[in-house]
Design a protein around this ligand. Structure first.
Ligand SMILES: Nc1ncnc2c1ncn2[C@@H]1O[C@H](COP(=O)(O)OP(=O)(O)OP(=O)(O)O)[C@@H](O)[C@H]1O
Length: 280
């Protein structure tokens, strides 16, 4: 997705919230947008989502965007499951696939028992889990997270960290706003800051080079069984002798991958972790 010379003001004669913003987020990149309160971070994400139109410049996006808004409207007349099913259908999934993914994400966030509860009766934190699940459900090529971790418990925050890593590892473009500077620190490919003048400036050089260093993780899978599901970083798998498998993944995703392998089911034994010298 790309923003070229984008400016935004609310209403004619209003002050310019954003001005002259150029930003390109390519597949596999995970980009942080920082800035003080009220500088226009949410506005920027809403422009990318297509919810707001730019007052100047243009926003180009290939494919759909999934978006976790800063404020999720829980007043929608659905239960959690029916709402997720509907979102999946809007994203073009079949009813069966949407239902399967809705169940999967409710389960992953530990709220499968709330599937039939109306959104209006869910606790704030549970509602936020549904808000996040609806964005992760459809594997959209662009994922926009506006302070999506706020209100989540630590386990759910970890699930969202992992999901953001998975999405970028699978070639998604991820753009996020969060006030915790450590959020997704090892995975962020670039960080920008919106100034009070509405300009967007590079805040940090890319911490992670996309397509850069690769790590190899060799594991032994008992009885040659399956690996744990949804591996962060979408590793490339190579069968080795016996029941061993080599997983090759971008170095940025190797910590998340190892954590997942060591805590996932079925349990696997990690035999070796090494850096691969040549580039992808
Ligand atoms: N729909 C709207 N109509 C008019 N003004 C708006 C609208 N949405 C946002 N604004 C104004 O635009 C400015 C930027 O708001 P925005 O929510 O994008 O900032 P933010 O950086 O995300 O802030 P925060 O960190 O507090 O979430 C603020 O002054 C806000 O009042």
């Amino acid at each position: 997705m790309e923003l070229a010379g984008v400016g935004k003001r609310y209403g004619r004669g209003g002050r310019w919230i954003l001005r002259g913003v150029d930003l390109a987020v390519r597949p596999g990149e995970l980009v942080r947008i920082a800035g003080a309160n009220g500088t226009g971070k949410s506005t920027l994400l809403r422009l990318v989502a297509g919810i707001e139109r730019p007052s100047a410049g243009r926003v180009v996006r290939r494919g759909t965007a999934a978006y976790v808004p800063e404020r999720f409207p829980p007043a929608l007349p659905f239960d959690a499951s029916a709402y997720l099913l509907r979102v999946g259908r809007v994203h073009g999934l079949s009813a069966a696939e949407a239902r399967r993914r809705a169940g999967e994400w409710l389960d992953r966030f530990g709220i499968a028992d709330r599937a039939g509860t109306p959104l209006s009766r869910l606790s704030k934190g549970t509602c936020q889990k549904v808000a996040v699940a609806q964005a992760l459900l459809a594997d959209a090529p662009v994922l926009l997270l506006d302070e999506a971790w706020t209100g989540l418990d630590p386990a759910a925050r970890a699930v969202l960290d992992e999901a953001a890593a998975e999405r970028s590892g699978a070639g998604g473009a991820v753009l996020f706003v969060d006030h915790d500077p450590a959020r997704l620190a090892g995975l962020t490919t670039a960080a920008y800051r919106v100034g009070t003048d509405g300009a967007l400036r590079l805040a940090e050089e890319p911490a992670v080079a996309v397509g850069g260093a690769l790590m190899e993780v060799e594991v032994d899978v008992p009885d040659g069984g399956p690996l744990p599901g949804r591996l962060p970083g979408a590793p490339e798998l190579t069968a080795l002798a016996g029941t061993a498998v080599r997983l090759t993944v971008a170095a940025a995703h190797s910590d998340a991958l190892l954590r997942h392998l060591l805590t996932g089911r079925p349990a696997v034994r990690v035999l070796a972790v090494r850096r691969r010298e040549e580039e992808r």
